[in-house]
Design a protein around this ligand. Sequence first.
Ligand code: UFG
Length: 340
Amino acid sequence: MILVTGGAGYIGSHSALALLERGQEVVVFDNLSTGHLETIETLKKFGNLEFFKGDLLNREELKHLFERFSIDSVIHFAAFSQVGESVQNPQKYYLNNVCGTINLLNTMLEYGVKKIVFSSTAATYGEPIQIPIDENHPQQPINPYGQTKLIIEKIMDDYDKAYGLKSVRLRYFNVAGADSKCRIGEWHEPETHLIPNILKSTFSSGEVFKIFGTDYETKDGTCVRDYINIEDLAEAHILALEYLKSGGKTDFFNLGTNTGNTVKEVFSICEKVTGRKIAAEQRPRRIGDPAVLVADNTKAKNILGWNPHKTLEESITSAYGWENMLRKELEQNNICMERI
Ligand code: UFG
């Protein structure tokens, strides 16, 4: 059985769904602090999924989890992931992300589980010194969120050397889109990410989308990011697990598309997909945003055999489909969401 921590969240749930669709047995461990029980209920319809509500900071709960289920490998998503919040409240991030992961790794060792795929981030690279960014780029995070992920990567190296615990660290660039059948999708409260924020402006009356920074040294003055589709990203987790199960060594890979799009380009595609003129206003730069982040994904292609193929337009189309679906469902159930 595969343990998916954080499986009620955005990336964790899409990866759990990909595992279920391949007939794998999955147990999700999640404290539901940012994930949603509704997502778990949906996932249960598509395969053999167990849910264990628990917190990584609680060793007893972790032990119960490993006692109760026959876990052979782990995909670890559970973490706080808002860059801005990590700057305001670093103790929340170091405690949950770092201490929580140490508890998980120690419990794994106690129960003889020695394979883990870990959700890392391009934020571990910090301000880029070259584009595209390959895995040899220096890792110098510029915020506590990126620091926590880098510390965990280093802990995993030490745990391999000392205890033979094998890890694959996947460094995501900007993840985009939803399940193409709209069963699950991106559901953050509050939402800070670009694509859901643009789409949100098409629903909320009077809400104007804010473009953070139009004076960057890029082709149209707005930031360039590498948007990787969530289903392509989920597929990489399956491949990483297969790689470890076939005896692969501890390693790390960038997950991106090798191409970048500006905020204005993303905005135009959102207008095309929704068929609406979306209200937008220019705002000053957001602190800590590098001008350009684009991945070199050659290593993941060569070693994992990963082949991302979905376009940004496909990601935005699925994201829009999901946003429509979510609003309909919440309205039907009379649930009030801040973002509606
Ligand atoms: N942006 C806007 N308006 C918004 C939201 C975002 O203009 O309302 C801009 C940002 O300034 C940035 C771009 O859109 O230029 C992308 O911003 P996101 O917040 O969607 O994503 P980030 O690039 O800031 O961060 C994402 C993840 C992080 C991860 C990072 C790694 O959220 O967890 O990618 O590259 F660390």
